[in-house]
Design a protein around this ligand. Structure first.
Ligand code: TNX
Length: 544
């Protein structure tokens, strides 16, 4: 694995990385499904049309080859009385169908009991598919029924229904005179996720992405039942969120980006709007302020955060590891407390990501003390600490979550401390890694990661010494040194992000690349309808 000089620099000398190279457990071939339990798609030959193309594959799905449900202009969507989230989901579905099946979107009704014939019924109640996010979806010629214990499950059931609908419905501007049969196959699905943390990270620091672009990514995450959006809000090249008590962070620190472009930042109102937009789609925003390293933008904005009292110039290159807050000054901790307080108050979710990666200018004791002090600040502000795997070198309290990114590092130190881990192995799901040597965008320090490589691994066997209970889940970071526009981000995320979602949601014994690639191929048409830029990897049999 070669890391380009600019980025390799620090990982190689990092005092927080493991001293000895440790063998990484190689994932074996994924077990194939026993014939009796095989999902219908699994029986299709590699190039044959799958019986369904739902991603992530549900825990249990039976497709009935008989007649399915057909939306007509009279089809109604019924929501249970007294639940605002369920009503919002029903309206979302009506807007999604739009004019695809008739002259106007389906009517939404609020009902006390069953919705009747020609209805898509959303119901809250006890279902066999347990948990906060599970659901059951039944489609017959008479009606569609989604039942879940909680609203999140209804939302996921509706996303599954969405994927069973023809791809043309995804077009935003389907007009009534273009309508055509909108049918769903008859199915019985009972579904529940493997992991509670199913994440994607956007690096909006190296290149800034505006609010609409972030919302677009949120929408695409929702299609695949991802539920954590980690926003990397600060780095050497840019500070991207307004902090009212330290205004120069955004004003000066946010004024540029890699390559010297104009940068940008979210006002507090805009950030709160992103948080609310994500929350409606059952996605929790995880804000990251990376520290003590990756802080040049902050150091450039406030001289007092530097040990020598002098602000460095803004930085627009892609080196890492050269900057650090002055960890011996009290003002540093007042600064951090203000930042955690303001961002924490705007963030409805429980998490605060403190970064902690790639620091080369501090010694081990300084680093560990810093992590412990910040941990206390974050906890005092009522938030759960998340940090990159380097933080496992410090004393961590219960409830801390460690995000594993370095393929050569094993999570043993973190697991021994009783914390949970998020798996983001760079050689598998760093979405900024090039697909192959001719890929224009991206980096290659962790290797080339084509679509089968990103899919064909299992969280439990990826690293030595992990137990299922220690794994909070899986997250795919998208670093943006080389990505200037949303379509660049999309080109690197798709198709790989869909596979990440399946790794995080579906059981290992349900997954094989040969079966998955056929379902994945069917999503090309959906992405085309949505206008998503994606890489047409020759490893995937793309449908029409
Ligand atoms: C490593 S992952 C980094 C980032 C870079 C990325 C590029 C991590 C915690 N640090 O600063 O952007 O590699 O792939």
């Amino acid at each position: 694995m070669t890391r380009p000089a600019a980025l390799a620099l620090f990982v190689a000398v990092s005092f927080v990385s493991c001293a000895k190279p440790v063998r990484v457990a190689q994932p074996g071939p994924a077990p194939s499904l026993p014939a009796a339990e095989a999902a219908p798609g699994a029986r299709a030959g590699a190039q044959a049309a799958p019986a369904h193309a739902v991603i992530p594959i549900p825990a249990s799905i039976v497709v009935d080859p008989g007649a399915g449900f057909v939306f007509t202009p009279e089809t109604r969507i019924a929501a249970p009385a007294g639940d605002d989230q369920a009503l919002w989901i029903a309206k979302w579905l009506a807007a999604f169908i739009g004019q695809a099946a008739g002259p106007k979107p389906p009517d939404v009704l609020v009902v006390g009991g069953p919705g009747g014939a020609n209805t898509v019924e959303l119901a809250l109640g006890g279902v066999a598919a347990a948990g906060d996010e599970g659901y059951e979806l039944t489609v017959t010629p008479e009606r569609v029924r989604v039942v879940a214990g909680r609203a999140a499950g209804l939302f996921y059931g509706v996303q599954t229904l969405r994927q069973l609908l023809p791809a043309f419905v995804e077009h935003e501007a389907v007009l009534a005179d273009q309508s055509r049969p909108v049918s769903v196959p008859a199915v019985r699905i009972a579904d529940t996720p493997r992991y509670g943390w199913r994440g994607a990270m956007l690096d909006v620091s190296r290149h800034f992405l505006g609010v609409d672009a972030v919302k677009r990514y949120i929408d695409l995450m929702a299609l695949y039942k991802l539920n954590r959006l980690h926003l990397h809000l600060s780095d050497d090249q840019g500070w991207r969120i307004e902090i009212k008590s330290w205004p120069n962070l955004a004003k000066h620190g946010g004024s540029t980006q890699v390559g010297g472009g104009p940068g940008g930042y979210y006002t507090q109102e805009q950030y709160a709007d992103i948080v609310a937009y994500a929350q409606q789609r059952f996605i929790t925003v995880v804000p990251e302020i990376d520290m003590p390293g990756h802080t040049n933008a902050a150091l450039a904005s406030y001289p007092e955060l530097n040990c020598n009292g002098q602000a460095p110039p803004l930085y627009t290159g892609i080196e890492v590891g050269f900057s650090a807050l002055c960890v011996d000054k009290d003002v540093t901790y007042r600064f951090i407390d203000d930042v955690v307080r303001e961002i924490g108050a705007l963030t409805t979710g429980p998490y605060f990501h403190m970064g902690g990666d790639e620091v080369k200018t501090l010694n081990e004791a300084q680093y560990a003390q810093f992590v412990e002090r910040v941990q206390a600040i974050v906890q005092a502000r009522g938030k759960t600490v998340v940090g990159w795997d380097e933080i496992a070198a410090a004393r961590l309290g219960p409830g801390v979550i460690v995000q594993h990114w370095r393929p050569e590092n094993v999570p043993a130190a973190a697991v021994a401390k009783g914390v949970k881990v998020i798996l983001s192995p760079a050689n598998k799901i760093y979405l900024d890694m090039k697909y192959h040597p001719a890929t224009i965008l991206g980096l290659n320090w962790a290797g080339y990661v084509d679509v089968p490589d990103a899919y064909s691994w299992d969280p439990l066997t990826m690293f030595q010494g992990l137990t299922e209970a220690a794994i909070a889940g899986v997250e795919a970071p998208l670093w943006a040194e080389t990505l200037a526009h949303l379509h660049d981000f999309e080109q690197m995320a798709f198709p790989r992000l869909a596979g990440v979602a399946e790794i995080a949601w579906s059981r290992a014994d349900q997954r094989t690349w040969d079966e998955y690639k056929v379902r994945l191929g069917a999503h090309g048409a959906r992405w085309t309808s949505l206008g998503v830029t994606f890489y047409r990897s020759p490893t995937v049999p793309w449908g029409q």
